[in-house]
Design a protein around this ligand. Structure first.
Ligand SMILES: O=C(O)CCCC[C@@H]1SC[C@@H]2NC(=O)N[C@@H]21
Length: 251
């Protein structure tokens, strides 16, 4: 469990050889009074966390990073950080593997796809505080991807790009800084929303949405000003706050 403290685009960074989860480490630090911004990374995770309580397979060779932010914005709009992070991941991968840029898309609420297959995931967790703290966990499949996912997945190596996690992290730290500045604690969400929509998978296409209580189909019509997914069906337009999207052959 070696640790190494460095600086990443002007932000403190602690790199571990191995951790249970970089998100868990960042949350414990927030709870015990550590203030962000702080990057926590690990070469591998023993119990990497995915969304909806799923495991995130975390062997050596991929990127596992969490950015701890203290009081990044009013708690009610902190979910917007998932769009900020998706754009930063998109920017960073396109920076390190420019030939793959045209194949990269973002998928609501917070995945990055390469050729329609998932290449990166985001898990945002928070400590209500005070002070309110948000942990933005980001995993990128650089060298490998799990074979047993219920959705298509891929990795940069399979796509023909040899990108070391450390190099991708540098690009990600710079991109996060730029996108957080653009977001401006929520004041700039309109610009983030429009940049996200330009990169969105399946805009204008039929999708299927799974809500906790039901499933329905419709046309992916965009995002509202709060980042809710707009789905048009015979019943009118539904604004979805939390759910799972599938269809158009994507994850
Ligand atoms: O299910 C998803 O798509 C979200 C995956 C998030 C994985 C990252 S890897 C770094 C950070 N630490 C974790 O335990 N999870 C996130």
């Amino acid at each position: 469990m070696n640790r190494e403290a460095t600086d990443l685009a002007g932000v403190r960074h602690i790199a571990f050889d191995s951790l249970g989860s970089t998100n868990a480490e960042a949350l414990v630090r927030a709870r015990t009074g550590e203030r962000g911004p702080l990057w926590i990374t690990a070469a591998q995770q023993e119990i990497g966390r995915g969304r909806r309580g799923k495991e995130w397979a975390s062997p050596v060779g991929n990127l596992y990073s969490s950015l701890l932010l203290t009081d990044p914005a009013p708690q009610a709009i902190a979910a917007q950080l998932s769009f900020v992070a998706a754009l930063a991941l998109h920017d960073a991968v396109a920076d390190r593997a420019p030939h793959l840029g045209p194949l990269l898309t973002v998928k609501w609420p917070n995945d990055v796809l390469l050729g329609g297959a998932k290449i990166a995931g985001i898990l945002i967790e928070a400590e209500s505080g005070p002070p309110f703290a948000a942990v933005i966990g980001m995993g990128v499949n650089c060298a490998s991807h799990p074979a047993d996912t219920p959705y298509p997945a891929t990795d940069l190596r399979t796509a023909g790009a040899n990108v070391m996690p450390e190099m991708l992290l540098r690009a990600l730290a710079a991109a996060m800084q730029a996108r957080l500045a653009q977001w401006d604690r929520g004041q700039g969400f309109a610009a983030i929303r429009s940049a996200w929509l330009k990169r969105a998978a399946g805009l204008g296409q039929d999708i299927r949405v799974r809500l906790p209580e039901r499933e329905f189909s419709g046309v992916f019509d965009g995002l509202d000003e709060q980042g809710r997914l707009l789905v048009r069906s015979e019943d009118g337009t539904t604004a979805v706050t939390a759910g799972e999207v599938f269809g158009f052959g994507q994850a």
